[in-house]
Design a protein around this ligand. Structure first.
Ligand code: TA6
Length: 305
């Protein structure tokens, strides 16, 4: 079974405007609400690709209730721990049509009491060989920055596959525990590797460096440019993303991770899994919401030729 953990789920509010006029009332061209947070997006796209998972994490307040109801309505098995205080955050994704700029405003999220963290970590200790655990996204300020490291330490030697999409210390802290796959974006990877990763060669270099630091497999995603994979087979792959009109990039990186995991479960082949990750990420970026199966299949066929 695949379990995704989202410490900081989000109700995502994507707002499209012509151009932000600071200090003034700005009217939207369109707006879209979706239930997100990185781990949840991974579960949602896995479901689209026919792979079941259980979404774990924390929910709080009326937004947390709406999130759980929305996920269950979408057929996602969500088993969140409920917090008595605070509210699940609303993340703003602002698109300016004038220049294509995308601005994210992500609140810190609710305070998670220690006993609630312990409830989750106890649940995770029950995972067994053959399970996959996806650790994705930020953690609220009240949670220790080495929580991912603690979880990986608890599971060391268990045979549970760790997949992680995180940044900074959250990511570097788990590398010594040989995670099966890590997937930072190029900015996050560049920050860890100490370079400004702007080209495919930079992405290859960062992916290889992340493997050197302990990851079994490392993807460095570069949005519309594609992604590099330094794989456990010793190869470093780079696949360019297909051409298309980016509509809403929310969840594209999460979709790529989901596509890679679904691909690896189906084929055990690294390059094929990267292709499927690119297809899922692009299908999300080219649509208002997360990837549809139809778009995924069409794009996979296009880039596999
Ligand atoms: O990748 C998109 C997304 O998962 C959105 O759901 C948005 O809420 C954001 O990322 C959250 O990222 P964070 O790193 O703050 O957990």
């Amino acid at each position: 079974m695949i379990y995704t953990v989202t410490f900081n789920p989000a109700v995502d509010y994507a707002l499209r405007v012509g151009e932000v006029k600071r200090g003034q009332v700005n009217r939207t061209v369109s707006d879209e609400v979706s239930f997100g947070g990185k781990g949840i997006n991974v579960s949602t796209v896995l479901k689209t690709l026919g792979v079941e998972s259980t979404a774990l994490g924390f929910a709080a307040g009326f937004t947390g209730e709406a999130l759980e109801k929305g996920l269950k309505k979408n057929g996602i098995n969500a088993e969140f721990i409920h917090l008595d205080e605070g509210m699940t955050r609303i993340c703003i994704k602002l698109y300016e049509e004038a220049d294509g700029a995308e601005t994210e405003i992500n609140p810190a999220g609710p305070v998670i009491p220690k006993e609630k963290i312990n409830e989750l970590t106890s649940r995770l200790k029950a995972l067994r060989e053959g399970d996959t655990l996806v650790l994705a996204g930020s953690v609220p300020g009240s949670v220790s920055g080495d929580i991912y490291k603690q979880i990986c330490k608890d599971l060391a030697g268990s045979g549970v596959r760790i997949a992680a999409d995180a940044s900074g210390d959250l990511l570097t802290g788990i590398l010594p525990y040989r995670p099966f796959i890590v997937k930072p974006n190029h900015a996050e990877a560049g920050e860890i590797c100490g370079i400004e990763a702007t080209t495919p060669d930079h992405a290859r270099e960062c992916a290889a460096a992340l493997r050197e630091m302990g990851a079994q497999n490392a993807i460095v995603s570069m949005a519309e440019k594609g992604a590099a994979l330094a794989a456990a087979d010793g190869n470093v792959y780079f696949i360019a993303a297909p051409k298309g009109v980016a509509v809403n990039s929310v969840g594209a990186g999460d979709s790529m991770l989901a596509g890679f995991l679904a691909g690896f479960i189906a084929t055990g082949d690294y390059r094929q899994s990267l292709l499927r990750g690119i297809a899922a990420g692009s299908a999300t970026a080219f649509s208002k919401g997360l990837a549809s199966r139809e778009d995924y299949d069409r794009i996979l066929k296009e880039i596999s030729q």
